[in-house]
Design a protein around this ligand. Structure first.
Ligand code: G6P
Ligand code: ZN
Length: 544
């Protein structure tokens, strides 16, 4: 067994985005590409890695096993003394976050491109989570980028691949590699937070549900917890086996990509509850019989009802949402008399709020909801809390949502994505928007009057750090809002996201079609930003 120091040259593009370094598989397949970035992570951890524990796992996509092996050999060569790796190289993102926290690890490496397609032509990603279990903050990812830009060598053990399929401990150089059951510790945590007995009784009473794991990492988790511990009928979890190409699925849980689930839930034979998760298990989609629950509404419902779950029985300290997420949760916070924070897009911005105890629950329009139990959003957790609410109230999911709207009003919400737009054109659109901000207030577009607008800037209340230029928001006097920002997770060109919402307090008008209600807001947004002019597109590529 020998430690080798391999000479290398830096890659210019190893700059982590919203959620780690995410690129096409073919980019990661370049010689030394993976090794360089992993070394940059280790160098950024610095001396703290000596004798430390590292958590490692991924969502099972193409390259996962290979990169796990490389990372193990490099971690052993870089001074870690213990590595916890999920069996088969698998760990969902929330389970990895939990393992980091309970093992006292210095951090973890999660291999995933989240909801982006997998396979040889798909995407891959490497993300570092810090000791609190959360995505590395920007000063750390910035340091990784700087380190990667000047890297001249990396260290790796010259050893054969380890067997990752057998749970147990093996020695690798001076390091112990523990191959762990990826589900066990996570299931223990869930049992502490939600009332398994109440949910199991509901399943025994004939409650039917469908969980679509989209051939990604949550399959084993959902099978073990829903069908195993909670006694849901066998076959409740579909697409349960994680596949390197996700079986051709686009593992983004939304009505477009989870079309089969949507069709079933909107059909005559709809089960009582439908849910799906994404590639790495941090996102969730909730569908009531006949009714899709928009993620912003799901967050608001969870905030209003979380006290029904044992883990939240003492109430919530506060809540937070990302800026483009609808204001539905703000209304709940107001009613509960607790603070509601508005952060930039990206889970990492919740970290300080959670660590400092300012908030208990948080979520994003991008299908992420979570709590202070880990430092990532958690797809299956959200599903379980929903099940707890259904079991405790005995109400149907659609009734829960309608009652919520009746009490708080409904925030009609949609997101229009313009994918793979020319990057220069997208930047041009955003710049033009920023330039016109001072002139917008008072102007009327498609019958709506601009009341206020800005380019969102966030000052972290805990460490005082400022994050500017996080998206342009336009508030209309008619209690409507349009938000424009460029995606930070794409791998080809730029994706323009336009978030559109309008508040409707009148219960008699809660059953309208979302796109129709929002038509004036959509038209106003298109006019203000000159979307067609800048992008050459006359319609969005994806509407959710
Ligand atoms: C990842 C992050 C989320 C964030 C999302 C935004 O999933 O974990 O916290 O909301 O990216 O993606 P976008 O493509 O809109 O930048
Ligand atoms: Zn994800």
């Amino acid at each position: 067994m020998s430690l080798r120091r391999i000479a290398t040259t830096p890659f210019a593009d190893q700059k982590p985005g919203t959620s780690g370094l995410r690129k096409k598989v073919t980019v990661f397949q370049q010689p030394h590409y993976v090794e360089n970035f992993v070394q940059a992570i280790f160098d950024t951890i610095g001396a703290a890695r000596q004798g430390a524990t590292l958590v490692l796992g991924g969502d099972g996509r193409f390259l996962n096993r290979q990169v796990v092996q490389t990372t193990l050999k490099m971690a052993a060569a870089n001074g870690f003394s213990r590595i916890l790796v999920g069996q088969g190289g698998l760990l969902s993102t929330p389970a990895a976050s939990n393992l980091i926290r309970i093992s006292g690890a210095v951090g973890g490496i999660i291999l995933s491109a989240s909801h982006n397609p997998g396979g040889p032509d798909g995407d891959f990603g490497i993300k570092f989570n810090a000791a609190n279990g959360g995505p590395a903050p920007e000063d750390i990812t910035g340091a990784m980028h700087r380190r990667a830009s000047m890297l001249v060598e990396y260290a790796i053990l010259d050893v054969p691949d380890l067997d990752l399929d057998v749970v147990g401990e093996v020695t690798l150089g001076d390091c112990t590699v523990a191959v762990v059951d990826p589900v066990a510790d996570y299931a223990v945590l869930m049992r502490k937070l939600v009332d398994f007995d109440a949910i199991a009784a509901m399943f025994r009473g004939g409650f039917r549900m469908r969980f679509d794991a989209m051939s990604a990492v949550t399959g084993p988790y959902a099978k073990a917890i829903l069908e195993g511990a909670l006694g849901a009928a066998p076959g409740t979890v579909v697409n349960a086996e994680p596949l390197p190409d996700f079986g051709g699925h686009h593992p983004d849980p939304n009505p477009v990509h989870a079309a089969e689930l949507m069709a079933e839930m909107l059909g005559a034979e709809a089960p009582d509850f439908g849910a799906a998760s994404d590639g790495d298990g941090d996102r969730n989609m909730i569908v009531a019989p006949g009714l899709f629950v928009t993620p912003s509404d799901s967050l608001a419902v969870l905030a209003a009802q979380a006290h029904l779950a044992p883990g939240y029985a003492r109430g919530l300290a506060g809540v937070a949402r990302s800026m483009p997420t609808s204001r539905a949760v703000d209304r709940v916070a107001k009613a509960l008399g607790i603070p509601c924070y508005e952060t930039p897009t990206g889970w990492k911005f919740f970290g300080n709020l959670l660590d400092s105890g300012r908030i208990t629950l948080c979520g994003e329009e991008s299908a992420g909801t979570g709590s202070d139990h880990v430092r990532e959003k958690d797809g299956l957790w959200a599903v379980l809390v929903w099940l707890n609410i259904l079991a405790s109230t005995g109400q149907r999911a659609d009734a829960i949502l309608r009652d919520h709207w009746a009490r708080f009003g409904r925030d009609y919400y949609t997101r229009h994505d313009y994918e793979e737009v020319d990057a220069g054109a997208a930047q041009g659109l955003m710049q033009a928007l920023r330039d016109m901000l001072p002139t917008l207030p008072g102007k009327v577009f498609a019958g709506l009057t601009v009341a206020a607008c800005d380019d969102f800037s966030y000052t972290d209340p805990v460490d005082g750090s400022v994050t500017a230029q996080q998206g342009v928001r336009v508030l209309f006097a008619e209690d409507a809002r349009a938000v424009f920002r460029l995606s930070g997770t794409g791998t080809v060109g730029a994706t323009l996201r336009v978030y559109l919402e309008r508040f409707e307090p009148d219960v008699a008008r809660h059953d309208a079609e979302t796109q129709a209600v929002l038509a004036p807001v959509i038209a106003a947004a298109g006019e203000i930003a000159g979307i067609a002019r800048h992008t050459g597109r006359d319609a969005p590529s994806v509407i959710t």
